[in-house]
Design a protein around this ligand. Sequence first.
Ligand code: 1CP
Length: 337
Amino acid sequence: MTPIKKVIIKKDVSIKPIWLMRQAGRYLPEFREIRKENPDFIKLCLNQKKAKEITLQPIKRYDFDAAIIFSDILMVPYGLGQSVKFRKNFGPQLGSLNFENIMNYEANDFKRKLYPVYKSISLVKKSKLMDKKDLIGFIGGPWTILLYILNRTSPKRKLKKALSDKPLIIDLLKYINKYLKLHIQNQIKYGADIIQIFDSWAGLVNEKNLEDYIYNPTRKLVKEIKNLKTPSVCFPRNINNYKDYTDIIKPSVINIDYQTNPKNIIKHINIPIQGGMDPRVLLTNKKRLEKITNYYLRTFENHPYIFNLGHGVLPQTDPIMIEYLVKLVRKFNERAS
Ligand code: 1CP
């Protein structure tokens, strides 16, 4: 059994495996090299050989316990026929999509468009580097995906009014869920060992809409992942109440953000926990990194825990700091064994 599966399935507290959100990407010089020659980001995600290479780059460098497939949560809008472009210093820009497109979209067209992602998953799985490691497939949370589809740009920039029509949102979430389910099924079929749900904008939903926009649609997807005998990890970034979320949605693992107090969370949550440390700690110095890393490891010493961050690795991170982080986590594991 892989170290991560030991934590999730056996609730093993004696090992603290490590992987990092956004480990495959922007901070790595070898990624930047490839990216320079591939200005179209979506095309790069659909290039099986390159996607495999990028997925394995952080595994080669750091020997993490899991790889995350090089793709993007916005591949789902792309699979639904919406154009998706990433502009430098702007972020994603999506084309228009009429609602009928979502409601009547052919499942086969969706699968055909995203087939290269599934093929990359099977290629990565075949690599020798993946012995005793898990491959993480992922989707965006239904709410986060709908937000990008309707808002057509990052909510960091502006938030459009379209997002206030509750009956319409509930209806559209149902249709989006159909394709998210397909995307989950296919990733697992082609070799994903675990599915992580990134609900990056869950924190924008107010209390009275949580049930309809977050809990209800996400619960269905987590159930689907469970039916496929695969562990699920949920990351509902910036929500206020992780306890309610885990009680209602029941994922296998919950990834906490860096605003969450780790000492507090273990008092309320029984399931395995992942993540938490602020990615900005990696921008400071080794001494501080050591202090905070050990604080998380000690806090979760007696709780099933997968070391990760409270958000993705920042582009300006020095790869040497990540090397040091992995060393610290491995050292802690040796001490505990
Ligand atoms: O310009 C570049 O070089 C592209 C940067 C980049 C990369 C490397 C983007 C654009 N996406 C990715 C890969 C990616 N994105 C992965 C796989 C690799 C890995 O994790 O190592 C994953 C899991 C994601 C997930 C993702 N994409 C999320 C959820 C996590 C989070 O950060 O909250 C979101 C919101 C996206 C959308 C997206 N894709 C890319 C950007 C710049 C954004 C964010 C846009 C925004 O700020 O709204």
